[in-house]
Design a protein around this ligand. Structure first.
Ligand code: SF4
Length: 93
C-alpha cells in the first residue's frame, strides 16, 4: 500500500534547537494574510487563536520557506535555517 504524505512526514526526525529560527508578529492586522499563512504551512505550524492572533510552533518546521515568501516580512519577521546539525532530517524525500 502506498504511503500517504502524513505517513512520510511522520518518518522525519527533528533535532530541535532551543532558539526559534523563525520569529513572528502574531498580532499583525491583516486577517486575510493570517488565514493564508495558516493554510499554506505544510506542517500546520500556524494556528489562529479565537482572538485572531497567530500562534506558531517552530519545532516541526520543514524549512520549506513558504511562510517567509508568502508574508514578505509581514507576520514572519525573521526567518533562518536552524543552526548546523539542528532542524529537520528528511527520511523519505
Ligand atoms: S518554513 Fe515551511 S514548514 Fe517551516 S513554518 Fe514556514 S511554511 Fe511551515
Amino acid at each position: 500500500m502506498a504511503m500517504t504524505i502524513e505517513d512520510k512526514l511522520g518518518l522525519n526526525r527533528f533535532n530541535v534547537d532551543s532558539t526559534p529560527h523563525i520569529q513572528i508578529d502574531g498580532e499583525y492586522a491583516d486577517q486575510t494574510l493570517k488565514e493564508r499563512l495558516v493554510m499554506a504551512c505544510p506542517a500546520k505550524l500556524y494556528r489562529l487563536r479565537e482572538d485572531n492572533t497567530v500562534e506558531f510552533s517552530y519545532e516541526g518546521c520543514l524549512e520549506c520557506g513558504t511562510c517567509r515568501v508568502l508574508t514578505g516580512g509581514r507576520i514572519v519577521k525573521s526567518w533562518d535555517h536552524p543552526m548546523g546539525g539542528m532542524g529537520v532530517a528528511f527520511k523519505k524525500g
